[in-house]
Design a protein around this ligand. Structure first.
Ligand SMILES: [Zn+2]
Length: 222
């Protein structure tokens, strides 16, 4: 069950089109998976459109909203629809994972999987001007070495579960980590865990031998 959501302000920024592009992408993908946030976003959008179009909400206006929509629907499409390529499923070692709608376009830019350490895999995704996102797959027992963050780390759980020494995350959870958070994600779920992650600064590894990874931290999800 989804327990972690974007907060109200993040949804509001998203609805206004003011969220950073990478945030917008992950929030949109979470909303695709989360009926709770769909409802909240609907009510935010409704309030925003009332503020922006006060006349549309008045039943007494000459041109009713319905007739305006009717006129719009009558219009012929200007040009034939262009088909935008999408990737509905992501494959890893013969398994298929269904992707939320918002990730299907960017997922066409997914590079191949590479094994990082232990049972941890990553596949970079070219997000154009935003830089790179990553699909990360932890096999059962796989973990990301303990680290803290120099910037923001946004994560959406696509399939499976993981825990990080503080909390357990389930499919659909939206997770924001920053300089205040040190954690060590590990998946003990039978199916492992697939997430989509975006970091704006390289991770900083904090414990034991993993510190030796710091010169290479840009290879991890960045
Ligand atoms: Zn939600």
């Amino acid at each position: 069950m989804i327990k972690y959501h974007p907060d109200h302000n993040q949804l509001l920024q998203f609805a206004r089109g003011e969220a950073e592009p990478a945030w917008a992408l992950l929030i949109a993908a979470h909303v695709d998976m989360c009926p709770h946030c769909q409802d909240e976003l609907d009510s935010i959008t409704e309030k925003l459109s009332e503020q922006l179009l006060p006349e549309a909400s008045l039943a007494t206006t000459d041109i009713s909203f319905d007739s305006m929509m009717f006129d719009i629907m009558k219009l012929e499409p200007i040009e034939t629809e262009t088909v935008i390529p999408e990737k509905h499923f992501l494959e890893w070692e013969g398994r298929q994972f269904e992707l939320p709608r918002a990730l299907r376009r960017v997922a066409t830019k997914t590079e191949s999987w590479t094994k990082l350490v232990g049972k941890l895999w990553q596949a970079p995704v070219d997000l154009g001007d935003m830089g790179k996102g990553h699909f990360i797959y932890m096999e059962k027992g796989g973990s990301v070495p303990e680290h803290t963050h120099r910037g923001n780390e946004l994560t959406l759980v696509i399939n499976g579960e993981f825990e990080d020494g503080h909390r357990c995350y389930d499919t659909g959870d939206f997770i924001l980590m920053n300089q205040d958070n040190t954690h060590m994600p590990v998946s003990n779920h039978d199916d492992g865990c697939l997430v989509f992650s975006f970091v704006d600064q390289p991770l900083h590894f904090t414990s034991g031998l993993a510190r030796l990874l710091n010169p290479f931290s840009h290879l991890f999800f960045k």
